[in-house]
Write a protein that binds this ligand. Structure first.
Ligand code: KIV
Length: 300
């Protein structure tokens, strides 16, 4: 089936993302955690699918990303890879998955590519993370860095707070961005920082910046797919624009389904397999289950 990728069907690669910055073509990135959503965003022409540790909050119902494990992100990466033809897939390295040693960092980063089907990893950190980024990049694993509001440091930050609002803290975020770019990161997420700081960083580094809550001057934008689609009814941060109201639509659909089942409206004849043909049953010698099976496809 032609999946109708826009704007073109060639796979999105690291060199292509760099070229997009040079040419001033904005990069689109969305989080995805399963094959169906991945397919929907891939068909829509989204350039980068991030299998973010945000899955802990939107899929698992946690109140932070801290308990998410490498195995869990890899599990979701595999699902996303199955639904994707064109987009570049990035696996998010969870809390404490790279800080303990270079060996731990390399082994875990490598697993996202070899087991998860990702083409790159993302890790949160600036100046302190730069030596590790350098080692991972040397091993041939592309690294997307992430500075500013880094959700894995929620306790150190005293909550999910905008970073770099004073001259002193802005200088720190800029130093973080320059350090990870120097270390060889191929792209950089800027989260929760003032627009003018994001603009300054975007001009200061050669790698593409991808903003979330960082204003319009970044080389690209990323949103958590549950926010974009309106699947987080209790949460509406200032930086989120909802492009759909999936939760409301799903709720209404589920209510209609309950009503129809309870009232005997569903399933009608249209959704049923009719009756056993009396003359066929004894002649074929097949049980009802055996005769119905082919409409479901081969036994899986
Ligand atoms: O985990 C995630 O979804 C992220 C994005 C918010 C950038 O890190």
């Amino acid at each position: 089936m032609d999946r109708g990728h826009a704007p073109d069907a060639r796979p999105v690669t690291v060199p292509r993302l760099r070229k997009m910055k040079r040419k001033g073509t904005r990069i689109t990135m969305v989080t995805a955690y399963d094959a169906t959503f991945a397919r929907m965003f891939d068909d829509a022409g989204v350039d980068v699918l991030l299998v973010g540790d945000s899955l802990g909050m939107v899929v698992q119902g946690l109140d932070s990303t801290l308990p998410v494990t490498v195995d869990e992100v890899i599990y979701h990466c595999r699902a996303v890879a199955r639904g994707t033809q064109r987009a570049h897939i990035v696996g998010d390295m969870p809390f404490l998955s790279w800080q303990l040693s270079t060996e731990q960092a390399l082994r875990n980063a490598g697993r996202f590519l070899s087991e998860g089907g990702a083409q790159a990893v993302k890790l949160e950190g600036g100046v302190d993370a730069a030596p590790t980024i350098e080692r991972i990049v040397q091993a041939g694993i592309p690294v997307m860095a992430h500075v500013g509001l880094t959700p894995q440091s929620v306790h150190a930050m005293g909550g999910f707070r905008v970073q770099g609002k004073t001259e002193e803290t802005a200088a720190r975020v800029l130093a973080d961005a320059k350090a990870v770019a120097r270390a060889g990161a191929y792209s950089l997420v800027l989260e929760g920082i003032p627009s003018d700081l994001a603009q300054q960083i975007t001009q200061a580094v050669e790698i593409p910046t991808i903003g979330i809550g960082a204003g319009p001057h970044c080389d690209g934008q990323v949103l958590v797919c549950y926010d974009l689609l309106g699947l987080t009814p209790d949460l509406k941060p200032k930086f989120v624009k909802r492009y759909a109201e999936f939760f409301e639509e799903g709720l209404a659909a589920a209510r209609r389904y309950c009503d129809e089942v309870r009232n005997g409206v569903f399933p009608s004849e249209e959704y049923s397999f009719g009756n056993v043909k009396k003359d066929e049953a004894p002649a074929s010698g097949l049980s009802l289950v055996q005769r119905v099976r082919p409409v479901y496809g081969p036994k899986g």
